[in-house]
Design a protein around this ligand. Structure first.
Ligand code: PLP
Length: 476
């Protein structure tokens, strides 16, 4: 008899994806410039460590916030007692104000329409539970964040149908790709409940254009029973032009132009997800939210949020921090400056190694083109290259196949979870690897080098599965 349930043991969690396996490999042999200089450098984790000093200096100046105090008096007992699911009103207000500030105050958010969750992970899953039945589907542009297989599908039984985007137009969403995905879902007998995007994109590091956003809104305008979810977890990381456009701005513009019919209820079918994991660099605090103008969704999600609440002391601390407008203004501007600078270091480091990446303007990673380093244009070759980069070069990066990219040879490389020195070291290793395997940095691979690296590879004992590749083939 099975000891565990099917749900607990089923494969749809995606934990044997190379995305998570790379983390495991890193954990076994983590790089440290002094204690383990030959270890693996973690470039597969989208953590923002660039602006901790700003947060720490605010904490030092505001000891009451983290010391359970208000006006010098302890509020420990109030915070320790059970809070209702709605969260602290002061925190909800501070969070919606922060979200509006990130969008240049071009839109505002009503605190009564926000549901607090333990990170975006929980917000995304909650939305799936609220909007779709088991076996119904959401369309997602590829490549997409590998965690979505777990967050959207695993416990809910919801399916993801890919909107296949590719490098020919820098992975932009086209009407043709969107309609094709819809057709694919219908051929699989899946009822489509909507479209979900991340804006800015994980893993592309790019923002959605106005025309892409209008295309998506048009699509749900045409399909009256569909929703549009916009995961805007990276909205505060847009460090270069074009600037960020939230789907809420598109709705506002179109409402102002009276573009929607009264009966369309589009605004009630668009939902935004947010979290402080990236913009403030606080993934450990587990602070997220979903925003919806749909009262029924807000009510259902609020009920569900009891499984993933944010602790009251975290809310208290952050309501104080985010309520400090001088601080948020300075933080957002300085963080963007640092992100831009660091992004430049990665791009130039890669260029020196003869590697290009998709031009990007946001987020904590680049979408890197290593197609010229593959021994063939296949996902097997992508896996082979990835294994070499993890074990031989000592860098954990995420293969495009783990993001369901339909072209082999792309990798997501994170640049904000390490020091500048570590990034330099990573680029040095990568350059040496490219020179060794191609004979130069312009990517012309000699046959002898391919043979040599192939024979080295076969000697390794890999416990890494080729599931990403298999999944990918099944999907096509
Ligand atoms: C697009 C996207 N959504 C959600 C998440 C999960 O974030 P959180 O830490 O808020 O749960 C991530 C984390 O990497 C992400 O990139």
């Amino acid at each position: 008899m099975k000891l565990l349930s099917t749900k607990a043991t089923c494969n749809s969690h995606g934990q044997d994806s190379s995305y998570f396996l790379g983390w495991e490999e890193y954990e076994k042999n983590p790089y440290d410039d002094v204690h383990n200089p030959k270890g693996i450098i973690q470039m597969g984790l989208a953590e923002n460590q660039l602006s901790f000093d700003l947060l720490e200096s605010w904490l030092a100046k505001n000891p009451d916030a983290s010391g359970f105090k208000q006006g010098g008096k302890s509020i420990f007992r109030e915070l320790a007692l059970f809070q209702d699911y709605h969260g602290l009103p002061s925190f909800k207000q501070a969070l919606v104000d922060f979200m509006a500030e990130i969008r240049g105050n071009r839109v505002s958010f009503d605190p009564n329409h926000i549901v607090l969750t333990a990170g975006s992970t929980s917000a995304n899953e909650t939305l799936m539970f609220c909007l779709a039945e088991k076996g119904e589907a959401f369309l997602l542009p590829t490549p997409y964040y590998p965690g979505f297989d777990r967050d959207l599908k695993w416990r809910t039984g919801v399916e993801i149908v890919p909107i296949q985007c590719n490098s020919s137009n820098n992975f932009q969403i086209t009407e043709q790709a969107l309609q094709q995905a819809y057709k694919d879902a219908q051929e699989r007998n899946l009822k489509v409940k909507g479209v979900m995007v991340t804006n800015p994109s994980n893993p592309l590091g790019t923002t959605l254009s106005r025309s892409e956003l209008n295309l998506l809104v048009d699509f749900i305008e045409e399909n009256k029973n569909m929703h549009l979810i916009s995961d805007e977890i990276y909205s505060g990381t847009v460090f270069s032009s074009p600037s960020f456009i939230s789907v809420m701005e598109i709705l506002k513009e179109r409402n102002d132009l009276q573009d929607f019919k009264y009966t369309d209820n589009i605004c009630e079918r668009v939902h935004v997800v947010y979290s402080l994991s990236k913009d403030l660099g606080l993934p450990g605090f587990r602070v997220g939210a979903l925003y919806s103008e749909n009262d029924e969704v807000v009510a259902a999600a609020t009920k569900m949020s009891s499984f993933g609440l944010i602790s009251s002391q975290t809310q208290y601390l952050l309501s104080s921090m985010l309520g400090d407008k001088k601080f948020t203004k300075n933080y957002l501007a300085e963080n963007l400056k640092r992100l831009k600078k660091r992004h430049g270091k990665l791009v130039s480091g890669l260029q020196k190694a003869g590697i290009n990446c998709l031009e990007s303007n946001a987020a904590l990673f680049c979408w890197v083109d290593m197609r010229h380093l593959l021994h063939s244009n296949t996902f097997e070759a992508e896996m082979d290259l990835w294994k070499k980069i993890v074990y031989q070069v000592g860098l954990n990066i995420s293969p495009g196949s783990s993001c369901h990219c339909n072209e082999p040879g792309w990798f997501r490389v994170c640049f904000t979870n390490m020091s500048e020195e570590t990034l330099k070291q990573a680029m040095k290793r990568l350059k040496a690897f490219v020179v060794e395997s191609t004979g130069n940095v312009n990517g012309v691979t000699s046959q002898t080098t391919i043979q040599k690296t192939k024979s080295v590879l076969t000697k390794w004992v890999f416990r890494l599965s080729s599931r990403d590749h298999r999944d990918h083939q099944e999907e096509r």
